[in-house]
Design a protein around this ligand. Sequence first.
Ligand SMILES: Nc1nc2c(ncn2[C@@H]2O[C@H](COP(=O)(O)OP(=O)(O)OP(=O)(O)O)[C@@H](O)[C@H]2O)c(=O)[nH]1
Ligand SMILES: [Mg+2]
Length: 406
Amino acid sequence: MAVLDQDPFAELTHHDPDAQRVSDAIDDALKVEKKKRDKAEKNQVKVLLLGQGESGKSTTLKNFRLAYDPEGWQEERASWRAVIQLNVCRSVHILLADSTDELLNLRLAPLKRVEADLMRRLGAASYEDTPDGQPPEVYLRAMTSIPQANDAEAQAVLFACLSDIQTLYASAKSQRSQDGRGIEESSGFFLNDVERICAPDYTPSDEDVMRARLRTTGVQEWRIRFHNTTSTLGLNAAYGQDWVIYDVGGCRTARHAWLPFFENINAIIFLAPLSPFDQTLAEDPSVNRLDDTIRIWKFITASKLLSRTTLVVFLNKCDLLRRKLRKGVRFADYVTTYDGENEAGVVVKWMRDKFKDVAKSNAPAGTNRPVYLYATSVTDTRATSVTLKTVHDGILRAHLKSAEFV
Ligand SMILES: Nc1nc2c(ncn2[C@@H]2O[C@H](COP(=O)(O)OP(=O)(O)OP(=O)(O)O)[C@@H](O)[C@H]2O)c(=O)[nH]1
Ligand SMILES: [Mg+2]
């Protein structure tokens, strides 16, 4: 066959000076492009958020966005209403499971339909039954923003159910306070604010969005551009303006996704919630949550891949810790090596030393990296914005140092 008799690559191998020139020009352009990309990549600051499930990683990311990407944040804020509606439905669902009031159960049945409907609209991919038989927690498969869900109907049903929700909550509160089971501290708990949240014209505030609970699955990557923030350091403003922040899922089955990031990351912000010192993991009720956090911290600090990575620890949920200790739950009953006062400030200081000790004793030989610790309550946007400013400067300083001198 004539076609096969010919060398199919003849045109490409045949030396044609014009083609060669074109090819060289393309090569050069590609090289320039790659150089630009490498430079941009080198200037880019990569930050990984780590911590167990419900530790506050996504809430920290929200704070970054609120502070440094206000336009994107404003655009997205309204779409969190559907998630908050879902959080309310879930709390009602949990309380109803405990209630023997059949009339209330009947009257609030529409909320279960709303819950299912919202999940479908938001594209909730799958549900996991919690071991304690509670209703599933909502999570969406890796997403970069909340899908727009038509939530008007849900809002109308919530408004119609308002007084029944209040009745249910009041009776559950007195019941639960008798047997000592608090629910106010649980994630995405909005029942103290139902009157405001069930109003027909409700739009979420910044703080509501911080308190909304949406579990992360997969890895979410956010790009944030810092404008003019480097100038306070007296440094070249082009450096380190572009940040990529990676938010990952924290429950045990999601942790395998963390490792690939260790190789190429400038900083880790590790969320260490202190308030769940008396709780166990949802995915494994035999493991104390604070123990789990310390175990993860040991793993991070011992990793050779991270020996030059800036480590930032948020000793988080300090507000809930304070509340819990004041209620009389004793830290020393759960952390047997603790012999200080049952007071938040003292506990936080003790934990801070603990984290420092672990970092020191686990560090691989030759480790040279800064470790910064902050006491935080990341649902408090105002205080967190101050912390983030310091964190930003610290991470940037370390990044510049390594980019320029290493
Ligand atoms: N009161 C209080 N609530 C907090 C604090 N930090 C986080 N939360 C709440 O705890 C819940 C869990 O926070 P997330 O940021 O979703 O936790 P996460 O680490 O991203 O969890 P996963 O995605 O499951 O790994 C949310 O409802 C937050 O509003 C805090 O410092 N104080
Ligand atoms: Mg998350």
